[in-house]
Structure formats: C-alpha cells, structure tokens
Design a protein around this ligand. Structure first.
Ligand code: C2E
Ligand code: CA
Ligand code: CA
Length: 563
C-alpha cells in the first residue's frame, strides 16, 4: 500500500486531479490521462465507470451512462476476470457511481493492489462528486427552479455565445407575458397553475431547437430567442396553447393565452437593447384592446422614452407645484349663466403648457395619477375657500378622479377630509368618474357613490356614450349627473340624423331617471340650439369658454352672464 501512496506516479495523479475542472465528464477524461503512469504500476489494464442518477429539478432527465476512463489495449482485451474489482458508491441524490477495474491480461490483483484500487475509487468518487456539485451549482445559477428552463443569467450566457459567434442578427427576441395566468391561479388551486405553467414552458422548449432558448424572467414573464425563420410559427402556436391538467375527479382543460412583444434583433444590438425593445412592444400590446402580438417599431421606443421622462419628472414636478388647475365653465342655455365648472389640469413643464392627455395616461399606468388628482382637488378646495373669503360666490366645481382610485378603500374619507380642511361645503363639489368594467371596481364604485351622495357630494359619469360608458351605468349606478361625450355631438346638423335621435333619447332616458344631463364639447350654435330643443340645457364647450386660467375664471364668476 505504501508503495502506491509514496510513489511519484500517485502524487502526480492526485495533483493532476486536484486541479480538475468543474464538469464530471471533463474530470473523467483527465482521470484517464492521470492514470496513464499510475495504472501500469498497479497492473491495471482497464478502468470504466458508470453513473445512474435519478431526475432532479436541475437535471429533469436524470443521468444515466458509462464511460471508459482508461484502456491499455495492448495489455488487455475486455473479458471479465476473477480478480476484477467493482466498487459501487451511492451519490448524494440517491443514485450510484460504479467503478470497474480489470487487471492486465494474465494478472490477478494482489491484496495490496486491491487496497490501492479502493483508494483510487475513493479519489474518483470524491473528486467526481465535487465536480458534479460544482456543475450543479453552476447549473442552479442559470436555471429557473420551478420550470427547469434557463433563468435570466442563463439567457445572458446564451446570448453572449451567439454574439461571440457573430450570429445575433439571425434571431428574433420575443418577450412573453401570460395573459390569463392570474385568472387560472385564482380559479383553480395553485398547483394547477404551477403545472400549467410548466406544461406551457416545456412545450415551448420542445418546440425550440438546440440553438434557441426560452428563459423565465420571473412570474409569468418569459423571453425567447428563436431563429428568425421559426419565429412566426412559434408565435402562432404559443399565443394560445390548449393545456389539460390531470386532476381529480377529471382533468381540467383550458387555453393558456399569451401576449408577445416581438423584436427582430439587429447586428450590434446589446442584450439590454434587444430585451428592452421586445419589452416595449409587449407593453404596447398590453395597452391595445384585442391585440396580443406587437412587433417593435422605432416610434414605440420614442414613446417609451417619453413615458420614462414623464414618470421620472413627475414627483419633483408635483413638489415644485408645476401643475396648474384650469377651470372650464358650464353654462345654462336657458339663462346663459355660468352654472358650474370643471377643473382640468395642465403641466407647466420647461415653460410650456402640456395638455393632460400627454401625461395622464402614463401616470394612470403607474398609479401616480392618484397623487395628481388629490393635488388638483386640494387646489380646487383652496380656490373655493379663497373665493368665499373674498366674497365671490363660486359654482359647483367638478374634479376628475381616475378609476385607479377605486382600489383605495379610504377614497371617500380622503376626499371628505380635504373638504373639511378648507371648510368647503359639499354643494360646491362634484366628482367625475368614468365607468369601470372590472367587477370588483364596480362594487367599490357603487359604495363610493352612495357614501359621497349621502354626504351631499354630487357624482357625475364622464364620457357617457363612448366605448367606456354604456347604458349599464344608468341601470347600476345612482349618480347625479350624466356628461354626454363630445363624440355624440359630432353629427348634429338639424337633419334628424341618427346621432340626433340617439342624443334625444339618451337625454329623455336620463331625465326620466331623474339625472341631470350636461353636454360637453359644444362648439357651435347649431349644437347648442339642438340641445335646447331636446331639453339638455346645460353645456360645456368652446362655444362659451375654453378651460380658463384661475384669474380668468374668477372674472367669469363675477360676471356670471354670457352675452
Ligand atoms: P374630459 O374629462 O372629458 O375633459 C374634457 C376635455 O374636453 C378637456 O380636455 C377640455 O379642454 C376639452 N374640451 C372642452 N370643451 C371642448 C370643445 O368644445 N371642443 C373640444 N375639441 N374639446 C373641448 P383636456 O383639458 O385636454 O382634458 C383631457 C382629459 O384629461 C379630460 O377629459 C380628462 O379625462 C383628463 N383630465 C384632465 N384633468 C384631469 C385631472 O385632474 N385628473 C384626471 N384624472 N384626469 C384629468
Ligand atoms: Ca371630465
Ligand atoms: Ca369627458
């Protein structure tokens, strides 16, 4: 035994292996070369090994194989002999590592040689285990544990390889977000959701070739890099994939739907660029009704940069009081008197006035609209307070509150406490809301409307007659005012057109339900005349005034009649 441990060959063997690589297969190849000098000393003619490891999340198919490590072909034909040594050692994941050692032709291992071989086995087992462990740690770093596909780090490694080969422009990047996954998770138990996710991902992985990749970025977000010629077939299949999950008492079948942002990668793009551009296209797909797949365009990038600019400047803008409140009068057609007003926000940004449609949809997406609406509301209450203090009788002022507020269970209290702070009577306040489609929001809206009305605050439904507001709102919501959208007045020309019939009947319906009706966007006399004849006598529009600066509106309050 000592003769082996002290031999130069063994020392050389150990030191060669101690520097071994992180892959078990590379290690075994090195083992073969390391054995080159040591094997003859122990009369070894053949060394082979086998590994049987069960499936694990990191290695979904398990490992099963054998390999010849060393074979002195001159000294040994592989025929089993009595003195063959076979060692079987269990692995960490309840598999087996087997080492088979045959002596050279005609030799029988001595007891000493057998002990030395046992030592070799232990070396192989420990170093092999170490190499596999390092390999697993490296694999874990690039694998998503839930689905077994690559994670973002894996995706980056893959992309670097393709970029190093100079082939990145052969690929299309697809950012995927599952559309109905939250719903699946809510309606079935979470295991069904997990299983469905795995099935979707595994199906996509099987669809892809070895030089393509799907990676999970987190939650139900994925990124695919696929060769350009295969992209359309992938998109067609994976925007809606039928899945059947086995469950007791019977399997559940449904389609997993996905939205996709598609970006054909260009030579020279960095990973940040090709991921970002696909993500921008996905965001656009998210915001467009009935469209699930969007291809990137440069305009999208310009818009996305604008959005980022707006979002990043918003908080300092609100601190610096860059937002101004304009007031647009509402006029009673019978008396030609101002009978109310709507507060409309403007952003004085870099010395220019920015209209709300340039920033409100962006703030709505990220939720900061709530802070802005309260800012506007507080300015309105402050103005009402100041007008009353200086002896000017204000009119009822309506303030727009985004539907995002309905997630706030204290909305009514928050509004009422601002009114209290400025000592503003509820008769001066109207809250403008738009209809909501989500069931939970509509319940929250009903509660909010009834609380506010009990406190004497009026509620109006904005944009009535557009896609966002339907007759349902009349049925389900007990509001005070219906604001007819400007689009309903587009074809008013005195010819009893279909548009006129609609307006006449909507006004009748609303009045029959004891609602106030006001038409907005009234631009000409013909529209005003028609509205008068159908008994809609309150209007708001450029015919009388555009939204006015506070000071100009104050003048309107003091001379209430329009000539
Ligand atoms: P909206 O609530 O429907 O407001 C009416 C819009 O129509 C206003 O545009 C107003 O200036 C415009 N308008 C009024 N009369 C006429 C007319 O005769 N002709 C034409 N062509 N337009 C007219 P504005 O001020 O640009 O506001 C656009 C939208 O921005 C508003 O639509 C509202 O949805 C939103 N908004 C404005 N201020 C706020 C706010 O403080 N909070 C929230 N959440 N949204 C706001
Ligand atoms: Ca409004
Ligand atoms: Ca409106």
């Amino acid at each position: 035994m000592e003769f082996v441990l002290c031999s130069q060959e063994y020392v050389a063997f150990r030191s060669k292996l101690a520097n071994s690589s992180s892959s078990a297969r590379d290690l075994l190849v090195q083992l073969g070369s390391a054995l080159f000098d040591l094997a003859p000393k122990l009369h070894i003619g053949f060394v082979g090994c086998g590994l049987m490891a069960p499936a694990t999340p990191l290695c979904p198919n398990g490992e099963n194989g054998s390999l010849t490590i060393y074979h002195d072909r001159e000294a040994l034909p592989i025929i089993p002999s009595k003195s063959d040594v076979v060692h079987v050692t269990p692995t960490g994941e309840k598999g087996f590592f087997t080492l088979m050692v045959h002596p050279i032709k005609g030799h029988t291992f001595t007891e000493e040689e057998k002990l030395a071989i046992q030592l070799l086995n232990q070396d192989c087992y420990m170093l092999g285990g170490r190499a596999r462990l390092i390999g697993m740690v490296q694999k874990a770093a690039i694998t998503d544990p839930m689905t077994g596909v690559d994670n973002q780090t894996g995706l980056m490694q893959f992309a670097s390889q393709i970029m190093a080969q100079g082939n990145i422009h052969d690929y299309t990047g697809i950012f995927i977000n599952l559309k109905n996954f939250k719903y699946i998770n809510k309606s079935a138990n979470p295991q069904v959701g997990d299983l469905a996710l795995k099935m979707y991902v595994n199906s996509a992985k099987n669809f892809l070739n070895n030089d393509e990749i799907i990676a999970r970025l987190g939650g139900d977000n994925f990124y695919v890099m696929i060769r350009k010629e295969n992209a359309q077939a992938f998109i067609d299949k994976y925007t809606s994939l039928p899945i059947s999950v086995s469950q007791n008492p019977k399997p559940i079948s449904f389609n997993i739907m996905a939205r996709m942002g598609v970006y054909p990668i260009r030579q020279g793009d960095t990973p940040t660029e090709f991921m970002n551009n696909a993500s921008i296209a996905l965001n656009v797909a998210r915001s467009v009704r009935n469209i699930d797949v969007m291809s990137f365009s440069n305009d999208m990038l310009v818009n996305a940069l604008h959005q980022r600019e707006i979002s990043s400047e918003f908080h300092s803008a609100i601190r610096n009081k860059e937002f101004l409140v304009y007031y647009q009068p509402k006029v009673d057609l019978n008396t030609k008197q101002i009978c109310g007003s709507e507060a409309l926000v403007r952003w004085l940004r870099h010395k220019t006035i920015v209209p709300p449609m340039d920033f409100i949809p962006i703030l709505e997406c990220e939720g900061s609209i709530c802070a802005l609406d309260f800012y506007v509301f507080e300015r309105v209450c402050q103005d009402i307070h100041l007008w009353l203090e200086s002896g000017i009788e204000p009119v009822r002022i309506s303030v727009n509150f985004s539907k995002i507020h309905l997630k706030n269970t204290h909305l009514a209290d928050d509004i009422l406490s601002i009114m209290q702070k400025y000592n503003v009577d509820s008769k001066y306040i109207e809250v403008e809301l738009t209809e909501v489609s989500d069931y939970e929001d509509s319940i929250a809206m009903q509660n909010f409307v009834s609380t506010m009305r009990k406190k004497g605050v009026s509620i109006s439904i904005d944009d009535f007659g557009t896609g966002y507001s339907t007759l349902n709102v009349l049925k389900n919501l007990d509001v005070d005012v219906i604001k007819l959208d400007k689009s309903l007045l587009d074809n008013i020309d005195g010819s009893n057109s279909q548009g006129e019939v609609v307006v006449r009947n909507v006004v009748n319906l609303a009045k029959e339900m004891h609602k106030e009706v006001i038409a907005e966007g009234v631009e000409n006399e013909q529209q005003a005349k028609f509205l008068s004849t159908v008994n809609c006598t309150k209007v708001q529009g450029y015919l009388f005034d555009k939204p006015l600066k506070r000071e100009d509106f104050q003048n309107r309050l003091t001379q209430k009649v329009y000539c």
